[in-house]
Design a protein around this ligand. Structure first.
Ligand code: OMP
Length: 270
């Protein structure tokens, strides 16, 4: 999906919500465990219920890898279902990969060619040759970890270093490796006070912003400091607050209600 196509969806639906598909068999409604593929069935119903309120879905691969072969089958089925039923939704494989060049090429092949994801999250620690293989695919995106939402972001990313915090060095350097058409950055919603600095360095890149909902980040603060006029430039992810809004029979309806609540808040920015 191109940047123009993504912006078109955002403008048409007046939402920039990304629903995170992080299924945990201990948390999904227990009656689903009778299904042949409980994870896929859970995802299918969440996707159907929330698709109107979001422009992107983000399965985090850990929640599938944890169940071995059957988990990977659920992931593949979920992506295939979204691509078939909701072809205009942006599909992010949240896998946080990055390795020496030839290995990164195989990761890119796995997620772009085999699974048909539009984007993959990438850890930039190993440098340019670990990220560039993800930038070789027309219409596909690498979403580089810039400033993450977790507490440990202070260990390295926010370290002031010699000249500037490490995450700023990462943004400045890595933004030269690709373009605003094939690279985005993860910037955590819990780091709203850093968004002005982020936008100073990368004014035009799309940002994938996890951390609203369960992690307590503020949508209003992120929008105030991170929005790009007209293009929006943000994909705000929420996983647990939406998909586990209820674990009863009404779980899909409850997820739709939560997604709608966030989408309604987003309408103010159009
Ligand atoms: P909730 O906290 O349940 O909304 O989930 C957040 C999702 O975003 C999880 O899949 C995380 O792994 C992911 N995430 C973060 O929470 N923080 C980050 O800095 C980066 C990510 C990510 O890359 O998506």
């Amino acid at each position: 999906m191109t940047r123009a196509e993504l912006i078109k969806q955002i403008q048409a639906k007046k939402t920039f919500l990304c629903v995170g598909l992080d299924p945990d068999v201990d948390k999904i409604p227990q009656f689903l465990l009778e299904e042949e593929d409980p994870i896929f069935e859970f995802n299918r119903q969440i996707v159907d219920a929330t698709a109107d309120y979001c422009v992107a879905f983000k399965p985090n691969t850990a929640f599938y890898e944890a169940y071995g072969l059957s988990g990977m089958t659920s992931l593949e089925k979920t992506i295939k279902y979204i691509k078939q039923e909701y072809p205009n939704h942006f599909l992010i494989a949240d896998a946080k990969r990055g390795d020496i060049g030839n290995t990164s090429s195989m990761y890119a092949k796995a997620f772009f060619k085999r699974l048909h994801a539009d984007a993959i999250t990438v850890a930039p620690y190993m440098g340019s040759d670990s990220v560039k293989p993800f930038l070789q695919f027309e219409g596909k995106w690498a979403i580089v970890l810039g400033l993450t939402s977790n507490e440990g972001a202070t260990d390295f990313q926010l370290d002031e270093g010699k000249v500037e915090p490490l995450y700023q060095h990462v943004l400045r350097t890595s933004s030269q490796w690709g373009t605003t058409e094939n690279m985005m950055y993860v910037i955590g919603a819990t780091k709203a006070q850093q968004f002005d600095d982020v936008r100073r360095i990368i004014p035009n890149h799309f940002l994938l912003v996890p951390g609203v909902g369960a992690q307590g980040g503020s949508l209003a603060e992120v929008c105030k400091h991170g929005l790009i006029k007209n293009d929006i430039g943000l994909l705000i992810n929420s996983s647990r607050a939406i998909i586990y809004a209820s674990n009863g029979e009404d779980f899909a309806a409850a997820a739709a209600k939560e997604a709608k609540k966030v989408a309604d808040e987003m309408k103010a920015y159009f």
